[in-house]
Write a protein that binds this ligand. Structure first.
Ligand code: P53
Length: 477
């Protein structure tokens, strides 16, 4: 029976700001991640007004991949990775975002990194924008509220597409572009550089920013294909299927609308058009968005080649007793716990079969190749007496998810390109800014307080995943 493709992209995923450090090295500018403090399990990260003295900004040094990448890549090669997903820090290339010329030292860093990866036959998989746009674009232009951001992003994309056209084939435009549909402060800031002002309609701001990002993404797709027709340029969504709390039709309709509202970006980026329910919603709400017919043509002509997505957890939703007829209650939280599932230490539902569901859902709706570019378990790791980390809980999590992927491929016929577990080398958590929320198969000696030698070490999951890759997923034991 055919299982995973012969060229299946087994890999690992990270993002520049979460592992590189070197926040001012080689002329790098200040990014969004550089003004976010460390939080923890119950404390949210704080977004400060610029970089303030005496505060703890974990992304400034992260795990110093910037200084250690040669040794790290050697370890990735030993793990057997076929691909490595990272992002290009926009602020290394355009430190403020609005310069006329790119920063050569930043471009050179990624040249060297990609050369190193290719030396070991590791394919780079590159996200253009992963929660790390130049902070200057926030203070000076208001982030993605501003149409000018399209030009800045397209320029950045064009520069790196041209520069790396012979080194990078797989690209994604915006990481988890739909993360902001939840309308929380964190998502709007990290995705779009928007700090909601008092009196501002957060929902309208999100749709306006999302529209400009959709246009920017579609332009990048078109330009990328002109530069190199072999480029595979994907979208990237945070996928967490939403299930109805009960079989009551109102709960089912509520869950359906929650999915539509979370994945409208997928309709725009994959089908090249806005879904009809959302067009009606814009009209009813009188948002009066800056959305032109020319924009709609761009969106139509710039659909993506594949769908990349993250998958960590699923969600359950319940309709209100007096649910509005459009089932849209954007600022309200209707989430309920799923009694059939257990949760991680951070309260994320663990749902391996939800991954098979997600793969089927995307495949049915968009008929595109799929790439799972993030998945994993954030957990506290403890060293044994002999200094080893036996992370069987992480192995279990990954094993169960890969088993469901296999069913999606063999039984359901889903076209799956690859799998890159998130944070396969310990790094700074995006949500909490912690080091001790660990996803890694490779341990990095650094804790939440920022103490540690930064020494790398293999966890039990390293050896396990190495074997999975060697057998192309045939043996998951
Ligand atoms: P952390 C929320 C929900 C789903 C995915 O997240 C998310 C988030 C943000 O926290 O982000 C993705 O580090 C993101 C990565 C991030 C990873 O999931 O909060 O693309 O940058 O690190 C895991 O545990």
């Amino acid at each position: 029976m055919t299982e995973f493709r012969d060229d299946f992209l087994w890999g690992g995923a990270v993002a520049a700001h979460q592992l590189e450090g070197g926040w001012q090295a080689g002329g790098k500018g200040v990014s969004l991640a550089d003004v976010m403090t460390a939080g923890d399990n119950d404390t949210a990260r704080e977004i400060t007004d610029g970089v303030l003295p005496g505060r703890n900004y974990p992304n400034h040094t992260a795990i110093d991949f910037y200084g250690n990448y040669r040794d790290d890549v050697k370890l990735f090669a030993e793990l057997g990775l076929k691909c490595f997903r990272t992002s290009i820090a926009w602020t290394r290339i355009f430190p403020n975002g609005d310069e006329a010329e790119p920063n050569e030292a930043g471009l050179k860093f990624y040249d060297d990194l990609f050369d190193d990866l290719l030396k070991y036959h590791i394919e780079p998989v590159i996200t253009l924008s992963h929660f790390e746009m130049p902070y200057h674009l926030v203070t000076e232009y208001g982030g993605w509220r501003n149409r000018k951001l399209i030009d800045f992003f397209v320029k950045f994309a064009t520069v790196v597409f041209k520069r790396y056209q012979h080194k990078v084939k797989y690209w994604m435009t915006f990481n988890e572009i739909n993360n902001q549909t939840g309308l929380n402060e964190w998502g709007l800031f990290t995705n779009s550089g928007i700090l909601v002002k008092s009196g501002e309609d957060a929902e309208k701001a999100m749709y306006q920013a999302g529209h400009y990002e959709s246009v920017a993404s579609a332009l990048a797709v078109q330009i990328g294909h002109q530069i190199n027709p072999n480029f595979q340029i994907g979208a990237m969504f945070a996928m967490g299927p939403t299930y109805p709390a009960t079989p009551a039709p109102a709960d089912v309709m509520k869950a359906e609308r929650a999915m539509q509202a979370n994945y409208w970006f997928a309709d725009v980026q994959c089908k090249g058009k806005y879904p009809s329910w959302l067009q009606r919603y814009f009209e009813r709400k009188n948002f009066d968005l800056d959305l032109t017919l020319a924009d709609l043509d761009v969106i139509k002509a710039g659909t993506v080649d594949y769908i990349g997505f993250s998958y960590y957890a699923s969600h359950v939703i319940k309709a209100d007793a007096n649910e509005p007829v459009d089932f849209m209650t954007p600022m309200a939280n209707h989430e309920v716990k799923n009694p059939a599932l257990t949760r991680s230490d951070w309260g994320w539902e663990i749902d391996p079969m939800g991954l098979r569901y997600a793969l089927n859902w995307f495949s049915d709706r968009y008929d595109l190749p799929l790439f799972i570019v993030e998945n994993g378990l954030g957990a506290f790791d403890k060293k044994d007496a002999d200094g080893q980390i036996n992370d069987d809980y992480r192995i279990d999590y990954l094993r169960q998810h890969i088993a469901q992927m296999k069913l999606a491929v063999t039984i359901d016929g889903v076209d799956l390109m690859g799998y890159t577990p998130w944070g396969f080398i310990d790094l700074v958590s995006a949500g909490t800014g912690q080091m001790d929320k660990r996803y890694g198969l490779i341990y990095v000696d650094k804790n939440d307080a920022g103490e540690g030698t930064l020494k790398r070490g293999k966890k039990a999951s390293f050896n396990w995943y190495q074997h999975v890759i060697k057998t192309n997923g045939a043996d998951l034991d």
